[in-house]
Design a protein around this ligand. Structure first.
Ligand SMILES: Cc1ncc(COP(=O)(O)O)c(C=O)c1O
Length: 404
């Protein structure tokens, strides 16, 4: 059979067989053959409120009837974008923040990298260009994020990448300190996820993020937290930065800001960058996207935050994570998995010798559970509305497949 017209992301272009998802409700999705699956990765780490939520669907529909679309370049704005920016600034992990909007996490990362370099130019230190990122980091697939990725396979083969982006060993503060001293006065920012997600689900070592903050402060650099997965409740706080008690200068977000119902991303801009941007009334921010602050996406974001608040989903992440990790730990205690790691409601297990992650994932799908293979591990990051029995089913199905 010929490959379909749709060229899929992160998929071999020769693949001809796909699972066609046609519907969803809560933590469950179903395909065109009527097979039902527990959505153990919340689609791609983002459907916090679950599928089929009337509150979001109605908010998007109502906004579409009022104003489906209008741009926000100078001098225009729209109400949902204004209101959502205020709501996000109010829960941001730093005071006095403003919010820039994009569409994808990759755009948010590009924006943050550009703003970091711009900040130093505005502060009169244009030589500060270096951006430090970490091995295992995943920052999306635009050229900025591709250059900052700590996953070599994703970086290779695309020609020259963005210059002056230095990737360091993941958990080694000294490696970061070395770059700061070798490139003294040239570092613009450190870019990190609070918990490395797509690179394998690796929480930071104790004190690591605080150490990055100290190094940045000592050397006048910015700390950019890439919270595309951890933002909006995944760790049991609105942001991972808050969970770890580290105040960033810039925060990227996407995914769960709308639970993915409409694509939306952005950057939360802290005091220092804000002050520089606002210091000269003649200054024009020459960066933005056609759909920055799109009214449908922002309406979805507002309804999504309402559901999070009404249902206590941020707190619920703690419960979901505990029940899930207890189950996974019991598999570890039985010697079925080699490793259990995670925090809040994002977890991964290392597979035993001889088991391949795509094969285990495939067998789990056959039994009605979707998880995601990452290297030699499987990631689990369910909707925050998932029920206890559904969590237990994810663990039970994993155990059954590993016992086969
Ligand atoms: C931490 C992080 N940054 C950036 C991205 C890129 O987001 P997008 O795929 O929406 O461009 C992702 C996607 O998973 C991510 O996890």
């Amino acid at each position: 059979m010929d490959a379909p017209a749709f060229l899929h992301p992160f998929t071999p272009p020769t693949r001809t067989e796909f699972i066609t998802i046609v519907g969803g409700d809560g933590a469950v999705v179903w395909d065109d053959q009527g097979r039902r699956y527990i959505d153990g990765l919340a689609s791609l780490w983002y459907v916090n409120v679950g599928h089929g939520r009337r509150e979001l669907i109605d908010a998007i529909g109502a906004q579409a009837s009022r104003l489906a679309t209008y741009h926000t370049f100078d001098p225009f704005t729209n109400e949902p974008a204004d209101r959502l920016a205020e709501r996000i600034a109010a829960i941001a992990p730093m005071p006095d923040a403003r919010v820039f909007f994009g569409n994808s996490g990759s755009e948010a990362v590009d924006t943050a990298m550009k703003l970091a370099r711009l900040l130093h130019r505005l502060e009169g230190r244009p030589e500060r260009q270096v951006i430090i990122s970490r091995e295992h980091g995943y920052h999306g697939t635009n050229y900025g994020g591709t250059s900052a990725q700590g996953l070599p396979l994703n970086r290779e083969g695309w020609g020259p990448l963005v210059g002056e982006v230095i990737n360091v060993p993941a958990d080694n503060l000294e490696a970061v300190a070395r770059v700061f001293s070798e490139r003294a006065g040239e570092v613009a920012a450190v870019l990190t996820e609070p918990v490395q997600g797509a690179g394998g689900v690796f929480p930071p070592p104790e004190g690591y993020l605080e150490g990055l903050r100290r190094l940045c402060d000592r050397h006048g650099a910015l700390l950019i937290m890439d919270e595309v997965i951890t933002g909006f409740g995944r760790l049991g706080r609105w942001f991972g930065s808050e969970y770890y008690g580290v105040e960033p200068d810039l925060v990227t977000f996407a995914k769960a800001v709308t639970s993915g119902y409409v694509p939306l991303s952005g950057v939360i801009v802290g005091r220092r960058v804000r002050a520089a941007l606002e210091s000269d009334p003649e200054f024009m921010l020459r960066h933005g996207y056609t759909y920055s602050g799109h009214p449908l996406a922002c309406a979805a974001g507002l309804a999504n935050l309402d559901v999070h608040e009404a249902e206590g989903l941020v707190e619920r992440a703690v419960h979901v994570g505990r029940r899930l990790s207890d189950g996974l730990q019991s598999l570890y205690a039985d010697g079925m998995v080699s490793d259990v790691r995670g925090v809040g409601a994002v977890w991964a297990v290392g597979l035993p010798e001889g088991r391949e992650a795509p094969e285990v994932r495939g067998r789990m799908i056959d039994r009605g559970v979707i998880v995601r293979p990452l290297g030699d591990s499987l990631a689990i990051c369910p909707p925050l509305v998932i029920g206890d029995q559904q969590i237990d089913t994810i663990v039970d199905v994993l155990a059954e497949v590993l016992a086969d």
